[in-house]
Write a protein that binds this ligand. Structure first.
Ligand code: KG4
Ligand code: ZN
Length: 357
C-alpha cells in the first residue's frame, strides 16, 4: 500500500465502515465525488445463523479490512499518500466490529501523520445524500427551480441541501430526523421496539427466506398480492414507530396457515407484510412533514432500497441504491462536516455501541 502518490493529484478522504457485517472502504474527494466505494458483505457468513453473530463479524472484519482498503485504493487509482484525511465510523454498532475499523483507521492516520475524523453512523446515512452522483448514474429529470420547493412530485437533484426531513430506516434504526444543516440533526421520532429493517429480516425468517431478508421480501413481494392479508399498522402516539405487533401478527398467520399454505402463498404474505411496513413508514413521514412544515423529504438507510417505499414517496429525495445499505462513501461524506482530530490526538478515541445522544 505504500509508495509515492502517483495515481492521482487529487487529495482524497479515505472512509472506513465496520459497524455491523459490512467491511467497507471508500475514497471520495472533498467535493463529495466518489472515486471508489468497496463493500465486502459478510451476509453469507451469518446467513446460517439467521442474523449477525458479533464475534464472527469482528473476526471477519479483521481479515477483510486491509484487502478492502487496498481494493478501494486500486479502484480509485490512488496511493495512501494521496489521502489527506481518514474518516471512520465510531458508533453506534457492534462494539467489537467498530473497534476493528477504528483501530485500522487510527493506525493508518498515525503512520501517515494524518488527521482522523470519527463519524456517527447515522450521520453517515444522512450524508449519503450529500455526495455527487456519479456521472454514470441516471440523471433525474427536473426543470429549473423544481423539486426542492413547490413541485413535490419531482424528486430533487443530489446532492441534497438542508433543511429537510429525513426518514432513516435501517436494520438497527428507524428515525425521523429534522436535518437543518450538514453537520447533524434532531430526532423527531424513533421506533419503540424493532427497527423497520429488523421487521423485514424477522418477517423473512418466519417466511423461510434468507438473511438479510429485506431484499428477499422486496423481490418476492413483486409476485404477490399486497391486499391478500390484512396486517396491522401500529398507531403509537407522536412521531414514533412500532413494528413488534406486526411481526407477531405474521407469526400467528404463518402458524394458522400451516406449512403447505405458507409455501403456496409466500409471495402474497411477503407482499402484504411489506405493504404494512411501508404504510407505517410513509404515514409517519407524511405526518412529520405536515407537523414540521418541511418542504423536502428524504429517505436513507438500508430499507430506503425497498422498491415499494421508493415508489410510495414520489417527491422525496432518495439515497442512490448503492448508498442505501452500509458503505464507507457515506462515512467519508459525513466527515466533511465534522471536526477532524489533528495528528496523534486521536489515539485515545473510543467506539460507542449505542446511539450517543
Ligand atoms: O443500513 P443497513 O445496511 O444497516 C444498518 O445500519 O442497519 O440496513 C440493513 C437493513 C437490513 O435489515 C435489510 O434487510 C434492509 O436494510 N434492506 C431492505 C432492502 N435492502 C436492504 N429492506 C427492505 N427492502 C430492501 N430492498
Ligand atoms: Zn447502517
Amino acid at each position: 500500500m505504500e509508495g509515492p502518490g502517483t495515481g492521482t493529484s487529487e487529495r482524497l478522504i479515505l472512509g472506513l465502515e465496520t459497524s455491523c457485517d459490512e467491511t467497507a472502504a471508500a475514497l471520495i474527494t472533498d467535493d463529495g465525488e466518489i472515486r471508489s466505494n468497496v463493500v465486502s458483505s459478510q451476509a453469507d457468513l451469518h446467513a446460517r445463523y439467521g442474523g449477525v453473530v458479533p464475534e464472527v463479524a469482528s473476526r471477519r472484519h479483521l481479515e477483510l479490512v486491509t484487502p478492502v482498503i487496498r481494493e478501494a485504493l486500486g479502484e480509485a487509482r490512488a496511493e495512501l499518500t494521496d489521502v489527506e484525511r481518514i474518516a471512520v465510523t465510531r458508533g453506534p454498532g457492534l462494539i467489537g466490529a467498530l473497534l476493528v475499523g477504528l483501530s485500522a483507521a487510527k493506525a493508518l492516520a498515525w503512520a501517515l501523520r494524518l488527521p482522523l475524523a470519527p463519524v456517527d453512523h447515522l450521520h453517515g446515512h444522512v450524508a449519503s445524500l450529500f455526495l455527487e452522483p456519479a456521472a454514470k448514474r441516471p440523471v433525474r429529470v427536473s426543470g429549473p427551480g423544481e423539486g426542492v420547493r413547490g413541485n413535490r412530485e419531482v424528486p430533487p437533484e443530489l446532492p441534497l441541501a438542508p433543511p429537510f426531513l429525513c426518514l432513516l430506516a435501517s436494520g438497527g434504526h428507524t428515525l425521523l430526523l429534522d436535518v437543518q444543516d450538514h453537520a447533524g440533526f434532531d430526532v423527531l421520532g424513533t421506533t419503540l421496539d424493532d427497527a423497520a429493517g429488523e421487521a423485514f429480516d424477522k418477517g423473512a425468517r418466519l417466511l423461510g427466506l434468507g438473511y438479510p431478508g429485506g431484499a428477499e421480501i422486496d423481490r418476492l413481494a413483486r409476485e404477490g398480492d399486497p391486499e391478500s392479508f390484512e396486517f396491522p399498522v401500529a398507531r403509537v402516539p407522536g412521531l414514533d414507530f412500532s413494528f413488534s405487533g406486526l411481526k407477531t401478527a405474521l407469526l400467528y398467520k404463518v402458524r394458522e396457515l400451516g406449512d403447505e399454505q405458507v409455501e403456496r402463498r409466500r409471495a402474497d404474505l411477503a407482499a402484504s407484510y411489506q405493504r404494512a411496513i411501508v404504510r407505517a413508514l410513509v404515514e409517519r413521514t407524511t405526518a412529520a412533514a405536515e407537523l414540521t412544515g418541511a418542504e423536502q423529504v428524504a429517505v436513507v438507510g438500508g430499507v430506503a432500497a425497498n422498491s415499494e417505499l421508493r415508489a410510495s414517496l414520489p417527491g422525496a429525495a432518495l439515497a442512490p441504491l448503492e448508498l442505501c445499505t452500509d458503505n464507507a462513501a457515506m462515512i467519508a461524506s459525513a466527515s466533511r462536516f465534522v471536526q477532524e482530530i489533528p495528528f496523534a490526538r486521536y489515539l485515545a478515541v473510543d467506539a460507542y455501541a449505542s446511539t450517543a445522544a
